[in-house]
Write a protein that binds this ligand. Structure first.
Ligand SMILES: [Zn+2]
Length: 319
């Protein structure tokens, strides 16, 4: 089993959103990766600059951070060839590691653009080292920059940042400081290739919470009526927990609920409804144990949302 720590650099439309290609808002221009064995010893590295096909100039905001010259890219490898070489280099069995949750998704979107998504069948399980860093050294929720984490762990910064191979190197060095047990029970799943049918729905148990990804729905309204979507099971014993606060929608369009497991206490549910590129919808639900105080905070939040909505309604009646 190879551990592949990779990092991508991408470009976006130099003319802004108007001239952006909807199917490929971010075009990958560099792949950098280090390979490790299961003992986390580095065995090899990989780097390709990619010749752009969609955007013909580097967007200013990208240029500021990554320092790649457009003329160097013109000598790069076309994306289809570069990813073929990359997957061949990864070997027959590998696990992906990245800093943050964006790279795995953008890799798939670029593969789809070139009709090569079969190279990486989804949903893709991977390890987000930014999340692992937070779980191992902080509160599990905070997300730090790569440079912050490198400083925190006194990793010598001799390679600069924001070039794919250097960033993959730092991510790998950070990974090496984390115990294998902590790594292996905290995988992530990318659902860019989301479940289509009931039988493909995803249920995962993490040490402190459960995650569920539903199948696709044509109507957004129907999702919350689905029994599997709106169910609230305790993440520890997996028995139904009794609803104390029904699903309500908060200010960031996320549904929240509070339930009670007789054995394990309060369970907070969160549901995010996501839209696919084909304008269908699916739900991502998490259920985690919370304290009585956190449960009460959720109740207060619902009450103040209700009051505000009520006031708005009265104002519009008066007008
Ligand atoms: Zn329970």
């Amino acid at each position: 089993m190879n551990y592949i720590v990779f990092d991508l650099e991408w470009n976006q439309s130099p003319g802004g959103k108007k001239s952006s290609n909807r199917r490929l808002p971010f075009e990958i221009i560099e792949i950098g990766a280090v390979k490790m064995n299961e003992c986390l010893e580095t065995t090899d590295s990989f780097q390709r600059l990619i010749k752009p096909e969609v955007y013909n100039w580097i967007h200013d905001s990208i240029h500021e951070v990554i320092h790649v010259d457009y003329k160097d890219l013109m000598d790069g490898t076309p994306f289809p060839q570069a990813v073929e070489e990359f997957f061949a280099w990864c070997g027959p069995e590998f696990r992906f590691f990245t800093w943050g949750n964006q790279d795995v998704m953008e890799l798939q979107r670029n593969l789809k653009y070139y009709d090569m998504l079969s190279k990486l069948p989804g949903p893709v399980t991977y390890y987000d080292v930014q999340k692992l860093f937070s779980i191992r050294y902080e509160d599990g929720h905070m997300r730090r920059s790569l440079e912050y984490a490198a400083d925190y762990l006194d990793i010598p910064k001799n390679q600069g940042f924001h070039r794919a191979l250097a960033d993959a190197y730092y991510t790998g060095e950070i990974l090496k400081t984390i115990e294998p047990e902590c790594i292996l029970c905290n995988s992530s799943i990318d659902v860019y290739q989301n479940p289509k049918k009931k039988k493909d729905e995803i249920h995962i148990s993490y040490p402190t919470y459960d995650k569920f990804v539903s199948r696709e729905f044509r109507d957004r309204e129907k999702i919350m009526k689905d029994r599997e979507v709106n169910s609230t099971r305790c993440p520890i014993c997996h028995l139904p927990a009794k609803r104390k606060i029904r699903w309500f929608i908060n200010n960031s369009k996320i549904y929240e609920s509070i339930s009670l497991c007789q054995e394990h206490g309060y369970v907070k549910g969160k549901i995010k409804i996501r839209r696919t590129e084909e304008n269908r919808y699916y739900a991502v639900k998490t259920l985690c144990c919370v304290t009585k105080e956190e449960a009460e905070e959720t109740r207060d939040k619902r009450e103040s949302l209700r009051r505000r909505r009520h006031m708005k309604r009265q104002e519009s009646v008066r007008e």
